[in-house]
Design a protein around this ligand. Structure first.
Ligand SMILES: Cc1ncc(C[n+]2csc(CCOP(=O)(O)OP(=O)(O)O)c2C)c(N)n1
Ligand SMILES: [Mg+2]
Length: 350
């Protein structure tokens, strides 16, 4: 029988690397990153409240604990770059610039939601932001993201459109890397030198299955070697470390050199979904990761290094809370979709 292993620490090489990334960052960048992380955390906390008050239906998977990954990666993208998410998608959409009120309204099933209230939590979508979704099936987004990156390169190289090569970022979890689409898509991405970045958010668990019990080689980044693309491991609780490795991957993709894989080691602070009592993970393991909270750590780093006046951080927190309250009010006061229009968006209309 497999012995229970508690994953509490990151590899020493990762931890020692992380501090050296924290060198040159401007005050504006610090504030930009901090605000995005706070937005993600407060938004999800509000979702939990609203879910338990019966305002949302179906499964709702929250992102608490993983904010450094979304912020560290997406905040480096151009607005017309693509992001493909999973069912844990609210915060990726927020980082990509989808307004919280449209996501909240979607979660409430309202007509004003970003998917017109027909999608819900697992199907956040915004064509305007090149945010490709929101997918309930694991691994479903990977081929979609490969398709998006294929059209980018096709436009530039075959249709000779003289545009900047768009980059696609595809997020998925550790458990998903045991699915076939992952391997098939790494193969195609390398073969066609696609401008795509595969970001594995290794939060150590796939619902109640511990990562090391379900996979042949728990160091996922090493699987990239088999297909010939760079695979790097990063401390996913350190926004600056994530940002640093993403910069390299974006430069590679944008210049036509091809795909990269980033494995971000992280942890979800809540159960798999809001319906999960979260009884399978040990207290000891949870506490070890909670002590590495990416937002608290980034805040104390900012304060310790006198990067920003703490009052400014407090003001950001108040502003974000107000924004989220406004989003709830917007969602509450928005209309339901009309029953007669239930099938309205199933097919493209002429
Ligand atoms: C194709 C498919 N098989 C099984 C499931 C059931 N399922 C939902 S979430 C999940 C675990 C995914 O874990 P991981 O990829 O690590 O993502 P995380 O939830 O940790 O973010 C599974 C197996 C599914 N949604 N789709
Ligand atoms: Mg996982």
């Amino acid at each position: 029988m497999c012995k229970k292993k508690i994953i509490t620490a990151l590899p020493a090489t990762i931890l020692s690397n992380a501090t050296k990334y924290k060198d040159c960052i401007s005050t504006d960048e610090v504030l930009y990153l901090y605000e995005d992380m706070i937005l993600g955390r407060y938004f999800e906390d509000m979702c939990a409240q609203m879910y338990y008050r019966g305002k949302m239906f179906g499964f709702v998977h929250l992102y608490n604990g993983q904010e450094a990954v979304s912020t560290g990666v997406i905040k480096l993208l151009n607005s017309d770059d693509y992001v493909c998410s999973t069912y844990r998608d609210h915060v990726h959409a927020l980082s990509k610039g989808v307004e919280p009120k449209y996501i909240m309204a979607e979660l409430f099933g309202k007509e004003t939601g970003c998917s017109k209230g027909r999608g819900g939590s697992m199907h956040i979508f915004s064509a305007e932001h090149n945010f490709l979704g929101g997918f309930a099936f694991i691994g479903e987004g990977i081929p979609v993201a490969v398709g998006a990156s294929f059209q980018s390169i096709y436009k530039k190289q075959i249709l000779n459109k003289n545009t900047t090569l768009n980059v696609t970022v595809c997020f998925f979890g550790d458990g998903t890397t045991n699915n076939g689409q992952f391997f098939e898509c790494l193969n195609m991405a390398v073969l066609w030198k696609l401008p795509i970045i595969f970001v594995v958010e290794n939060n150590q668990w796939a619902i109640g299955m511990a990562h090391h019990r379900s996979t042949s080689l728990p160091e996922i980044h090493k699987k990239a070697n088999a297909f010939g693309l760079p695979g790097v491991e990063v401390d996913g609780m350190d926004v600056l470390a994530v940002r640093k490795v993403t910069q390299t991957a974006i430069e590679r993709a944008r210049s036509g050199e091809g795909p990269s894989l980033i494995e971000a080691l992280t942890y979800r602070f809540r159960g798999h979904s809001l319906a999960d009592p979260d009884e399978l993970r040990s207290r000891q393991e949870k506490d070890a990761w909670l002590a590495r909270d990416p937002i608290k750590n980034f805040k104390s780093y900012i304060i310790k290094n006198h990067l920003v006046d703490p009052n400014i951080l407090n003001a950001i927190e108040i502003k974000v809370k107000q924004n989220i309250q406004n989003s709830v009010n917007f969602a509450l006061s928005s209309p339901e979709p009309k029953l007669s229009e239930l099938k309205k968006y199933l097919f493209v209309e002429d």
